[in-house]
Design a protein around this ligand. Structure first.
Ligand code: SAM
Length: 199
């Protein structure tokens, strides 16, 4: 375990990281739960959780199977989420922004390898200056194979910094425990859109 994790300042788990970010808009930027977008929502655990907190959530994923499961999950707990089967690199043209908050756990670190500019163009179209985002990615300081794709701090700053101020970039461990007891190291990246144009 790295020193940054031992000092107790960077021990957020996935859910705590979401709590931290979703509290941010309420405390610092917004007075109430807001319009939220999740990119690469998988089977919808975070999207449903945000909806339970009162957020008006739209969530995208490429996988029909994942979106079917996500819709079932929302139905089971009685919340409404606008789940859409879509490519975050080319979202439907009728999907309208701006969203006040966005969340990405494990999608940016995949799609950046294909076309990071398309990912940023999606966020440029669907957010506004002042939008807050939380991106959770794998961390290049501890690559694993198999394991999540990893990103270096300087890559995050160079890529996401084209549209956002980086409010914080903290290390954390993903909640999921692997068969050998490993919990993968990640980056929790809290963003605030500062620029009107994509640099
Ligand atoms: C590691 S999973 C994370 C799922 C979910 N966010 C979570 O925390 O459980 C990455 C997700 O991104 C989705 N994904 C990958 N590329 C995508 C793309 N271009 N557009 C939309 N979703 C994509 C995958 O289908 C998958 O569900």
């Amino acid at each position: 375990m790295g020193r940054a994790l031992q000092n107790g300042r960077h021990t957020l788990g996935d859910r705590a990281a979401v709590v931290g970010a979703s509290a941010c808009p309420r405390r610092s930027y917004h007075s109430a739960p807001c319009r939220a977008l999740e990119l690469g929502c998988g089977s919808g655990a975070s999207a449903v959780w945000l909806a339970q907190q009162g957020f008006d959530v739209t969530a995208l994923d490429l996988s029909t199977l994942a979106i079917d499961r996500a819709r079932e999950r929302a139905k089971e707990v009685g919340v409404s989420v606008n789940f859409i089967v879509a490519d975050v690199l080319k979202p439907p043209t009728d999907l309208a922004g701006p969203f006040d908050f966005f969340f990405d756990r494990g999608c940016y670190h995949v799609v950046r390898r294909e076309d990071v500019t398309a990912y940023l163009e999606t966020l440029h179209r669907l957010t506004r200056p002042g939008t807050v985002g939380l991106v959770l990615t794998g961390n290049a300081r501890e690559p694993h194979d198999p394991g999540p794709p990893v990103v270096a701090e300087e890559q995050i700053r160079a890529e996401l910094g084209r549209l956002f101020d980086i409010v914080h970039l903290r290390e954390f461990r993903f909640d999921q425990v692997e068969a050998d007891g490993t919990r993968f190291l990640g980056w929790s990246c809290l963003l605030r859109r500062s620029y009107n144009v994509l640099k």
